[in-house]
Design a binder for this molecule. Structure first.
Ligand code: ZN
Length: 319
């Protein structure tokens, strides 16, 4: 029987994924496996975030008897514009932070001497966590994480490095035009991908009446043959396929991993997107040669990719 892992051994880290409503944290072992996870409600605002993160870190390390200063580090993923070099975040309106705030330093001072804290954007930690789950490891260098939530955006791992962009705007595919003169978007443009391929778009097109997530209700109605549901589903899948096509044609990533709330639909979503991609290849030998449908997959349900990616950032795997 193998010996139990020693929590004081080097290489343990904590990853904290801050979302609009919940904070999910994991304790990651030196073997890259999740030893324990912790979930709590997001307390918004600078002070709230510091409290949420430190509570999660203490809960995870306390149970395992890992001194915070013995950790390889703590990584935090936050939905906002992040400068990893300074550990600051701004424009994180969903979690109540607008002005630039030094979240990493604030958390480090709360955790005490010796704590190493690193900060990264939420999509960047998600793409790192998603890559961590892809086999074989040689296929982990070029990958996009396409988040279908309230909006649409992607995290990009290219040549094994995060692509953040000169203005931290790499991967904002949700605001590329999909439909000329289409639906107005909050960004000021019309016909953006986000207006057709997001969970928010599905909520508007097929409102849930029984409290369950709208995407789930829609895909069930389509599977049961409701012709209007089939139409809405197929248009949605066509729009998601458009985002996949953009990511593959601009970055030639090996995998586009679909995550975000809509991915909870599971295989029916994957099937619909692959079918939409296959339809597009019928008229284009060029697209057919790129095997788009084969590159799409869903984020694993059993691995919290954002928190795992944050833990990889925490132990300094990506700088
Ligand atoms: Zn837009």
């Amino acid at each position: 029987m193998p010996a139990a892992p020693d929590p004081r051994a080097p290489g343990w880290s904590v990853g904290v994924d801050i979302g609009g409503t919940k904070v999910l944290a994991v304790l990651l072992g030196p073997d890259g496996q999740v030893a324990r996870s912790h979930r709590t409600a997001t307390l918004p605002g600078p002070d709230g975030l510091v409290a949420s993160v430190t509570t999660a870190v203490r809960a995870l390390t306390g149970v395992h008897g890992v001194p915070v200063d013995a950790l390889a580090g703590t990584g935090i993923g936050v939905p906002g514009v992040v400068d990893p070099a300074t550990g600051t975040v701004e424009h994180a309106v969903n979690v109540g932070v607008e002005q630039r705030f030094g979240l990493a330093a604030a958390v480090a001072s709360m955790l005490g001497a010796g704590a190493r804290v690193r900060l990264e954007n939420d999509l960047n930690v998600a793409v790192l966590g998603a890559a961590h789950t892809v086999a074989p490891p040689s296929a982990r260098r070029d990958l996009a994480f396409l988040a279908l939530g309230t909006g649409v955006a992607a995290g990009l791992l290219l040549d094994g490095q995060l692509r953040r962009g000169s203005r931290r705007a790499a991967g904002e595919v949700g605001h590329l035009t999909l439909v000329p003169d289409g639906l107005p978007c909050k960004c000021g443009q019309h016909g953006c991908v986000e207006q057709y391929a997001s969970g928010g778009a599905l909520d508007a097109a097929w409102p849930s009446t029984d409290g369950r997530p709208a995407p789930l209700v829609l895909f069930e109605a389509a599977a049961s043959g409701d012709p209007r549901a089939v139409e809405v589903r197929d248009r949605f899948a066509w729009a998601v396929a458009g985002a996949v096509r953009i990511l593959v044609l601009t970055c030639d990533v090996d995998h586009v991993v679909i995550g975000g709330g809509v991915s909870g639909v599971g295989d029916p979503l994957l099937d619909a997107v692959r079918a939409a991609l296959a339809r597009e290849t019928l008229a284009s030998p060029f697209l057919a040669s790129l095997r788009l449908a084969d590159r799409v997959r869903l984020a694993p349900r059993d691995v919290p990719v954002g928190a795992v990616g944050a833990a990889l950032v925490g132990r300094g795997e990506i700088v």
